[in-house]
Design a protein around this ligand. Structure first.
Ligand SMILES: [Zn+2]
Length: 476
């Protein structure tokens, strides 16, 4: 019943060069001198304990960032003498380039802090302090999570040269020791975008169909948002309805990293097909439009509830008597688990939010001058009287407060003070935004290939179902 495949068209592999943002701070004077002092003590100590190689450590000592005399470090005269004594030429460092040095990696554990991680890697509190305080992005290191990886690079003497923090697969921060203390550099990666498609048939709910078609929860939510103005996903779907979509998958190093945008989608509900195409207009605004350039975003959501949480869409009429209220029934009931988010059906202002014994927790919203929507039996109210709300904003959660015998949202839609079924008064509702005529040429061009893909998907799945039927009948 479900088919899914990848890369119908040749996948386009594009990898942009890593974007870099270099930042650097000048080390606070005092801290820097302390460090230099520590460095000198360290080097001096090494030298004292390596009498067999008296002439060896010249270049390491006389690197450019080590001044010949460090004032106010607390170092003894002897130590200073040891450092300054060899008339070492200011030779260029002869270490291999940092890139060639191995990284020692530490995985962040539960209950870890930076000092512990540095300690495991063999570095001290002074190193932690330097990296955090000297680099522009040092504070980011204070917000590490268990499971993340921190890498360390040291020179031959074990001095910390660099730290790298893999913040996410798309973002790594490098902290490198420079002349002015530690610099930080953020390296970001662009995932490779591959086009994918999915097709499914509804047997119980959009959510189930999406899951069976292999779609992530985010993609199903997005699909629901795109069609939320034209389909009531709780009441409208019927067995045999189909969804088709073309979407992006994001890959890193050949492995799937996540989902990108839905490029185009179609929903065939009770024989009527709705198409939606993603389009970035000349202002840079992203919206979904039907093939005529009419925005999919309508003035009102048809079902102002997160229906991806509703497991079955087909039993509402049968369930309805269970949720009798004491008032004459003039709305729509959406049975859903307690806590399911309830959305503002459209932009507007909260004209009432409170509690009565009949309504339980309730919210009333005024939209323009003609429309009011009402939401009853809420478990929690998330808005206050007088507050402005935008479409799809969470205004409360489903509950069973007031005269309700089970958790459900009782939703009412009023036009000019009269209860109406918003699905039956399409023509009287405010018109959705339409693309300007000047955009239409670009729009048609932009959606051309995805429109053909959608059409092919619908034909393919129709043929597949048809063939399945033939095979079955011939087998009999
Ligand atoms: Zn009701």
């Amino acid at each position: 019943m479900f088919a899914r495949a990848k890369k119908k068209r040749g996948a386009t592999a594009t990898r942009r060069p890593a974007a870099r943002a270099r930042r650097s701070f000048t080390a606070p004077g005092a801290a820097r001198w302390v460090l230099i002092g520590l460095g000198i003590c360290f080097i001096a100590g090494m030298w004292l304990h390596s009498p067999e190689e008296p002439a060896a450590p010249t270049s390491d000592i006389a690197t450019a960032d080590t001044p010949p005399i460090a004032p106010a470090t607390g170092a003894t005269d002897d130590e200073l003498w040891l450092v300054t004594a060899p008339a070492a030429p200011p030779a260029a460092p002869q270490e291999p380039p940092p890139a060639a040095r191995p990284w020692q990696e530490q995985v962040v554990r539960k209950g870890d802090n930076l000092s512990l991680i540095f300690q495991r890697a063999g570095f001290g509190k002074g190193d932690v302090y330097s990296v955090v305080s000297e680099s522009a992005d040092g504070n980011t290191l204070a917000r590490i999570y268990p499971g993340q990886v921190v890498g360390f690079q040291a020179d031959d003497e074990g001095q910390l040269l660099a730290v790298r923090y893999v913040k996410s697969p798309l973002e790594t921060i490098y902290y490198r020791r420079g002349e002015q203390g530690f610099d930080s550099e953020i390296e970001t990666r662009e995932p490779e975008v591959r086009e994918s498609w999915a097709t499914g048939e509804i047997t119980s709910s959009l959510f189930m169909a999406g899951q069976e078609a292999g779609l992530s929860q985010n993609l199903i939510m997005e699909l629901a948002n795109i069609f939320g103005g034209v389909i009531d996903f709780v009441q409208d779907p019927r067995q045999g309805d189909t969804i088709h979509l073309v979407y992006e998958e994001l890959y890193l190093d050949g492995e799937k990293y996540g989902d990108g945008n839905i490029v185009a989608a179609s929903f065939t509900n009770q024989g009527k097909t709705y198409n939606a195409f993603r389009y970035v207009d000349t202002n840079g605004d992203v919206n979904y439009y039907n093939e005529e350039g009419v925005s999919m975003r309508k003035a009102f959501l048809l079902a102002p509830v997160d229906f991806t949480r509703i497991s079955s869409n087909f039993n509402l009429k049968r369930l309805h008597p269970i949720y009798k209220t004491t008032r004459p029934h003039r709305g729509t009931d959406y049975a859903a688990p307690t806590g399911t988010p309830v959305y503002a059906a459209g932009d507007g202002r909260v004209i009432k939010a409170g509690y009565t014994r009949a309504n339980g927790n309730y919210v009333f919203i005024q939209h323009g001058s003609r429309y009011v929507t009402r939401y009853l039996h809420l478990n929690k109210r998330k808005v206050k009287q007088g507050q402005k709300v935008v479409q799809s904003q969470v205004i409360g959660t489903v509950g069973s407060t007031g005269a309700a015998t089970g958790p459900h949202l009782h939703y009412e839609f009023l036009m000019d003070g009269v209860h109406r079924d918003p699905r039956k008064i399409h023509k009287q509702l405010p018109k959705a935004k339409t693309l300007a005529p000047s955009e239409m040429v670009a729009f048609r061009q932009a959606i051309n290939s995805s429109a053909m893909q959608l059409a092919a998907l619908r034909t393919d799945s129709h043929l597949a179902l048809h063939n399945q039927g033939e095979n079955k009948s011939s087998a009999n």
